[in-house]
Design a protein around this ligand. Structure first.
Ligand code: NAD
Ligand code: DAU
Length: 346
């Protein structure tokens, strides 16, 4: 069995490739990745060396039609698992251009090439953010109407709609998965959890948006990877499957939990200007995945957080290399003036 994975040098894609190559010896994987600021071949360097007969890397852009068509040739892959995306909401607010190109045009190119090559199964890795924002109660189901609020989520919803249209119009065998907030090893430290863990370990301020009362549902990345694998192996073409961790926390609760876990004071928190259009709450009903795929999350937040913190502690070089590059310009643009505010009371 041979898979094409796009975006496999990013956070979830690299965990997915690691998960499959270490649990299924009959699989071979080709990873197509542009290596944007978020793509890091270091994430898979050990597997690239130890599994060289089962792992192939292709450096390329999913927007590049001729390149994609030269990779996805008839008979070469049994399935395509599509992770590649611009994935950070705050960057989409600074500049939505790359999100439209990669997330929408790139998905269209991949769908066309996959259809042309008669690919037997295509999985679109999407997000709960396409459903918009919840009030204090209720859960997103697969039937919740799409109501994206950020340029990022709008571009993901547009790509989901393209996938839907290829299923409906061409009978293309695609499945869409929608998951809540992931955390775990290899997450780029622009997302809140690795940003706050790495800042706290370095005694740097933690910039909490608004009053810190927005709610996210946290799932360990390995549980998400198991869900995508189940959708690929057992899901029905044309169906959508939600995944979540069943662990809702306000951002302030999350921050307190991680500060306690690393043994750092709450005085590191800085309440800063809110994210424009900040979605209040995400929460997932994943009963369809439980029922139809036999999937449920296995890793408790306490155990997952402990392991994730230990991973960042033992990979301080990985963090330092990222934080020393172009990341500094992004950090200055995103947080420079906001962090001038006063610290929170301990
Ligand atoms: P990430 O930003 O860590 O990684 C994205 C990867 O895609 C990088 O390796 C990057 O180099 C690659 N890429 C970007 N543009 C490309 C292009 N034009 N051509 C080829 N490769 C390109 O993202 P992530 O957090 O791992 O998210 C992966 C997928 O999962 C995304 O589609 C995202 O929308 C979705 N998702 C993420 C979360 C989350 O919590 N992180 C939750 C649900 C769904
Ligand atoms: O829900 C799934 C989505 O989760 C994925 O589709 C996205 O790719 C992923 O980035 C994530 O989106 P969020 O916007 O929820 O994640 P982020 O880590 O950026 O922010 C989580 C919460 O923390 C959110 O309420 C904003 C807040 N936050 C974030 C940052 C970066 C802060 O308070 N301060 C920060 O510096």
């Amino acid at each position: 069995m041979r898979l094409l994975v796009t975006g496999g040098c990013g956070f979830i894609g690299s965990n997915f490739i690691r998960h499959l190559l270490t649990t299924d010896s009959a699989l071979s994987i080709t990873n197509l990745d542009k290596l944007t600021y978020a793509g890091n071949p270091e994430n898979l360097a050990d597997l690239a060396a130890s599994q060289s007969s089962r792992y192939e890397f292709v450096h390329g852009d999913i927007v590049d039609r001729s390149l994609v068509e030269s990779v996805i040739t008839p008979g070469r892959f049994d399935a395509v698992i599509h992770f590649a995306a611009e994935s950070h909401v705050d960057r989409s607010i600074l500049d939505s251009g790359p999100f439209i190109q990669t997330n929408i045009v790139g998905t269209q190119v991949l769908l066309d090439a996959s259809r042309k090559a008669n690919i037997g199964r295509y999985v679109q890795v999407s997000t709960d953010e396409v459903y918009g924002s919840l009030g204090p109660t209720g859960l997103f189901t697969e039937e919740t109407p799409l109501a994206p609020n950020s340029p990022y989520s709008a571009s993901k919803a547009a790509s989901d709609m393209l996938v839907r249209s290829y299923v409906h119009t061409f009978g293309f065998p695609a499945i869409i998965t929608r998951c809540s907030n992931n955390y775990g090893p290899y997450q780029f430290p622009e997302k809140v959890l690795p940003l706050f863990v790495s800042n706290a370990l370095a005694d740097l301020p933690l910039p909490l948006y608004g009053a810190g009362l927005n709610v996210r549902d946290w799932i360990h990345v390995v549980d998400h990877c198991r869900g995508i694998e189940a959708a690929w192996r057992k899901g029905q073409p044309g169906e959508v499957y939600n995944f979540g961790g069943g662990c809702e926390l306000t951002n302030v609760e999350l921050t307190h939990r991680l500060l306690d876990a690393v043994g750092k004071p709450r005085s590191l928190i800085r309440f800063v200007t809110d994210r424009p259009g900040h979605d209040l709450r995400y929460a997932i009903d994943y009963s369809k995945a439980q029922r139809e795929l036999g999937w449920s999350p296995q890793i408790s937040f306490d155990a997952g957080l402990r392991d994730t913190i230990a991973w960042y502690q033992s990979h301080s070089d990985w963090v330092a290399r990222i934080k020393s590059g172009a990341y500094r310009n992004y950090y200055a643009e995103q947080y420079g003036t906001r962090l001038a505010s006063k610290p929170a009371a301990p």
